[in-house]
Design a protein. Structure first.
Length: 376
C-alpha cells in the first residue's frame, strides 16, 4: 500500500492570525480534518485533568469525545514545536497519507496561533508499557499466541515505514509506550513522523534518554547516527521485553540482572535462553518458538548495525518463512560507557562523540547532535 497525495479541495477555514495563503494550504489537506481549538476544548472538557491520559516528550495527551461521539486521543504539542504553519501542515500531510493496520491513524489536527494539536484514533487498551510491562498493575493477560501476534504486528508496521512508504520513515522512538493496543489487543505503532515536527529533535531524544536509554542503539546514543538500523535495535529490545515480560532496565535487581539485553545474551551463550520466557505463562508456550523469538531479538540488537536483519526479514523469521540465523554476534550495550562498565576494548564504538548525523536519505533525519548526558 502506497500513500497517495491527491490534494482534494476542502472548505477553507478561518484561522486567527493566518494569511489567506496559509488558509488555502490548510484547506488542501485531504483526509485529515481540521478541528478548531474551541471544538477540541469542548471534546476534552476544557483539557481537564480527568481527561489527561499522559505526558510524553512531545506534550500532553487527552482523551476526547467529538460531537459525533467518536472517542479520540488529542496530543497537544509542546512549545518546542516551533515550526512554522506551512512546515507543520506539510508534515501533517505526510503523516496523514500513511495508513496501515499496525500504525495509529492521525485523523485531524488543529493549528491556531501557536497551538499545534494532533487528533488520533483512540486505542482502548493503552500501551504495552502500561499493560504487559506494567509491573502487575494491569490485570491484562497476554498469552503466548497474543505475544506472537503483537511482535508480528509491530514488525509489519515497521516494515511498512522502513521499506514501503516513500520517502522511507525512521521512527526513532520505538519503545513499549509507543505500542498501543486496540480492543482486540492488536498492536499499533504511535508517534511515527513526529520527530520531524520538532526542528531540534535530537534534544527531544536526549532530554528523555533517562526513560528510554535501554532502547537506544549505541551508534545513535554515542554518535547520533540515524537510520533504520536504529529502529531495528529498539524493536529487538521490545521483542525481548514481550517474550520475557520484563522491562529492558530494572535498577532494583542485582547488577547482573539489571539489563535485560545483557542478561539474555549471557543466557544465550550458556544455552539457557528458555529460562527467560515470562514465568507467568507457565508451560503455555511453544519452547522452540519462544527461543527463536529471543534469538530474533538478539539478532536485531547486534552491535554492528549492518548485521541486524531488515524488518522485512524479521517478519519472515517470525512467520517461519526464513529460518532464524544461529550465528549471533555480541549485542550493542551503550550503557557500558555510562554506567561505570566501560568495555571499550570489545566494542566497535569510540567514546569520542559529536560526529555528525547520518540520515541515509531517510525522511526522519537530522540526528546531528550527540546525546551526551546519558544517565547512570
Ligand atoms: N492514540 C492514543 N490512544 C490512546 N491512548 C494514547 C494514544 N496516544 C497516546 N496515548 C496515551 O498517552 C500516553 C502518553 O503518550 P505520549 O506519546 O505523549 O508519551 P510516550 O509514548 O510515553 O512518550 P513519547 O513522547 O516518546 O512518545 C501513552 O502512554 C498512551 O497511554
Ligand atoms: Mg508516544
Amino acid at each position: 500500500m502506497m500513500p497517495c497525495f491527491s490534494f482534494l479541495k476542502r472548505k477553507p477555514h478561518f484561522l486567527p492570525g493566518h494569511t489567506g495563503e496559509i488558509d488555502k494550504e490548510v484547506s488542501s489537506i485531504q483526509n485529515t480534518k481540521f478541528y478548531s481549538y474551541k471544538k477540541l476544548r469542548v471534546a476534552t472538557q476544557n483539557f481537564s485533568k480527568a481527561n489527561k491520559i499522559g505526558v510524553g516528550g512531545f506534550g500532553s495527551v487527552y482523551r476526547g469525545i467529538l460531537r459525533d461521539g467518536t472517542m479520540v486521543a488529542i496530543k497537544v504539542l509542546s512549545e518546542e514545536s516551533k515550526q512554522g504553519t506551512r512546515e507543520f501542515l506539510n508534515e501533517i500531510n505526510v503523516i496523514t497519507a500513511i495508513e496501515h493496520e499496525n500504525l495509529v491513524k492521525l485523523i485531524g489536527y488543529c493549528v491556531e496561533g501557536k497551538q499545534r494539536i494532533l487528533v488520533y484514533e483512540y486505542l482502548e487498551n493503552n500501551s504495552l508499557e502500561q499493560t504487559l510491562l506494567g509491573g502487575g498493575l494491569s490485570s491484562m493477560q497476554f498469552s503466548w499466541r497474543k505475544r506472537c501476534e503483537i511482535c508480528l504486528g509491530v514488525a509489519k508496521g515497521l516494515t511498512f515505514l522502513h521499506e514501503e512508504v516513500q520517502p522511507h520513515i525512521v521512527h526513532r522512538d520505538i519503545k513499549a509506550s509507543n505500542i498501543l493496543l486496540d480492543r482486540y489487543l492488536r498492536p499499533k505503532i504511535s508517534d511515527f513522523g513526529l520527530a520531524k515536527l520538532f526542528p531540534d529533535n535530537m534534544s527531544h531524544i536526549s532530554t528523555r534518554v533517562a526513560g528510554t536509554a535501554g532502547y537506544l542503539a549505541p551508534e545513535y546514543a554515542l554518535r547520533g547516527k540515524m537510520n533504520q538500523k536504529v529502529d531495528i535495535y529498539s524493536f529487538g529490545i521490545l521483542m525481548l521485553e514481550i517474550v520475557s515480560g520484563r522491562c529492558n532496565t530494572n535498577r532494583r535487581l542485582p547488577p547482573e540482572d539489571r539489563y535485560l539485553l545483557e542478561r539474555i545474551w549471557k543466557l544465550h551463550e550458556a544455552g539457557e535462553l528458555i529460562t527467560m520466557v515470562d514465568s507467568s505463562l507457565g508451560n503455555d508456550f511453544d519452547a522452540t518458538e519462544a527461543t527463536n523469538y529471543l534469538k530474533i531479538g538478539l539478532l536485531c540488537t547486534q552491535d554492528i548495525p549492518s548485521q541486524r536483519p531488515s524488518m522485512s526479514t524479521v517478519v519472515k523469521m517470525l512467520t517461519g518463512e526464513v529460518s532464524v540465523n544461529e550465528e549471533i554476534s555480541r549485542p550493542g550495550l551503550p550503557y557500558e560507557f555510562f554506567g561505570g562498565k566501560t568495555d571499550t576494548k570489545n566494542s566497535s564504538y569510540g567514546i569520542s562523540a559529536s560526529k555528525s548525523g547520518d540520515a541515509d536519505n531517510m525522511s526522519s533525519s537530522s540526528g546531528s547532535k550527540t546525546a551526551t548526558s546519558f544517565p547512570q
